[in-house]
Design a protein around this ligand. Sequence first.
Ligand SMILES: Nc1ncnc2c1ncn2[C@@H]1O[C@H](COP(=O)(O)OP(=O)(O)OP(=O)(O)O)[C@@H](O)[C@H]1O
Length: 765
Amino acid sequence: MSRHSGITGELPLDDEIGREQEYVSMLYHRLDELREQAARRLTEELRTTGGTRQAQSQRDSSVRMYAEQVEQFSAVEEGLCFGRLDGEDGSRHYIGRIGILDRDGDLDPLLIDWRAPAARPFYLATAANPQGVRRRRHLRTRQRKVTGLNDEVLDITAASPTGHEELTGEASLLAALNAGRTGRMRDIVETIQVEQDKVIRAPLPGVLVVQGGPGTGKTAVALHRAAYLLYTYRRELATRGVLLVGPNATFLRYISHVLPALAETGVLLRTQADLFPGVQARRVESAEAAALKGRTVMVEVLEAAVRDRQRVPDEPMEIEVEREILTLHPETVRVARDRARRSGRPHNLARPLFDIEIVHALAEQVADRIGADPLGGENLLEEADRAEIRRELREEPGVRAALDELWPVLTPQRLLADLYADPDRIAFAAPMLTPDERALLHREPGGWTPADVPLLDEAAELLGEDDRAAAARRERIRALQREYAEGVLEIARGSRSIDVEDEADGGEILGVTDLIDADRLLERQEEADRLTTAQRAAADRRWAFGHVIVDEAQELSPMAWRLLMRRCPSRSMTIVGDVAQTGALSGTPSWREALEPYVADRWRLAELTVSYRTPAEIMAVAADLLTEIDPALRPPRSVRSSGVPPWDRTVTADRLADELVAATTREVAGLDEGRVGVIVPAGRIDDLGAAVTAALPEAAVGEHPELESTVVVLTVAQAKGLEFDSVLVVDPDRIVAESPRGRSDLYVALTRATQRLGVLRPTTS
Ligand SMILES: Nc1ncnc2c1ncn2[C@@H]1O[C@H](COP(=O)(O)OP(=O)(O)OP(=O)(O)O)[C@@H](O)[C@H]1O
């Protein structure tokens, strides 16, 4: 179907590369001009001060725009232009990371953004459906130099060299797949495949579930979809932003370079642990405790925990007020409590109603005494006198203390910490749980776990925000503003280094940092709130995102789904995952079950069927296990073979560490470049990690291991979503035994390799 050639059939390869070099150099020249122009304008805007409030605000948005432009033009430096489409009508278009117009702004761009409709045939055209394309050319570049090219002539009569009828840009694709891994995910913008393109460019509204086996590009697709949506629906998403949720911090670091390389910085990347502003949930707890906290029964538990804080005393309470003792009867409190509850307001917002009732009752006592008619007639006080008494009572420390005791204003953190710390409170709030389950909730204060985050969020809903929460938010926003101010200066410094290089050409520009410091910039920002949408969203628990993307979504608990749905009232979501890889005990084995409570059956399913990571030899091993997990599940088809069969070796238990070190050393020696992943049972990460790092000091292990190390030792939970050139899986039986979802964990472990897989099994004898 397609012809791959070193010679294009028109010009010798070198000449052809030379011609492409001319074009690519021209594009870089134009990119430099645009970047310099943006940097110059940024500097000019930052130098200008004064003017009306409106002028300041306009200037501030210009500063943001130019700062973003400088950032974007720098981000697309590597691989700026990667493709060319020759039409049957003789047209010729270059495809790249951003769109570039010529100086006159002619309609025909010099470079077409990969997300633009005009670029789409680059990804979709096949010999059977050429879409007006005669030839697709992939350009390979290193820095600004064209190093090679691959052509596909979309000619139905030409034979396919590999029989992969469905692949587009096959030579470039295979080159990308066979390249050594660096510990950082790369973008796939040059070689997006047809089934992936359909997901990436699916319309914005509604819930789209992307189900696909290991290595089918779900993460890659999720990231490119974020970039596509921000480009195509910029107006809709500019103010509301896009949230991308990943399974853990290591994974976010792994993917963190992809969107900047696609010149998109407007996506907020977060783990579940970071979704409650002001809380960093790093505490560790048992899988069972996390699973319990993920169940929706916790909504009832929290509701009861809040009710428990709305107290009615058993005995009358005595309150001292200016040397006088007032008595608060349980019945008075009960009536006040019931009225406040009936308002239906969240706890903290109902407190004023409770206060009114209680203060009113106490004021009546005072009025009865001081307004009593000595002759036995009606009380002598007017309503204005009573109002004054109520006002004074509110200020009384004794009254305030009583109100705080009976109906305390609570933060979510206070509610949850008090609940966990006290078995009696747990017993009151969770009668529906078993004693063992209640024991799982009990713990001393001191940090939060990721499974606490949806509970904090739920508690925040039940409590309503009090003033302290709002003040905390203002403080967080201020901190982010400072960060932003520093970021702008950083960009300005970056742009300056480009300018400095150009000084030889007479292009000297006065540096931004010569004119303004972070504090002054911050002052100006406070006048005109100029945070990026993502930054504002990060600080605000009640932010409603324009679109939410969830990766490894099978791991989300029902409580986590509730949180995410609150963040996305428009239900515009992309949910990416593989139900066969579910490891969390409260994770989902079925998309229908997870989504039904929120959108019933109004969601679309897209499936990715081809694995780009895992070679056929390794996928065959994983496929046997998949059948055990669920005979109905089908493994993805591997796009390539490595020619290296996986090995599986049994060693005596006492030799395991030594054998592992020896095998790791061999794998490292066998790789030119690239990374080795050693996946071990969670219960052996400490000793086996220590053994490997003792022998190979460059190896990384720990809570957040450095993925760019040659060797990384990690658990399955840490390895989720990652990949390595060579993978050693240690003690698979124990990995399976460690969790009720152990077989899915092993499936994840076996599918992390791009080239080679080895399995080490200890025996007891
Ligand atoms: N079209 C493509 N072109 C080049 N590389 C690709 C393409 N699609 C996927 N890949 C590569 O395949 C590998 C696996 O992709 P990715 O991590 O997105 O898969 P996944 O479906 O999320 O896997 P898992 O379920 O195991 O987390 C990555 O190295 C990715 O860059």
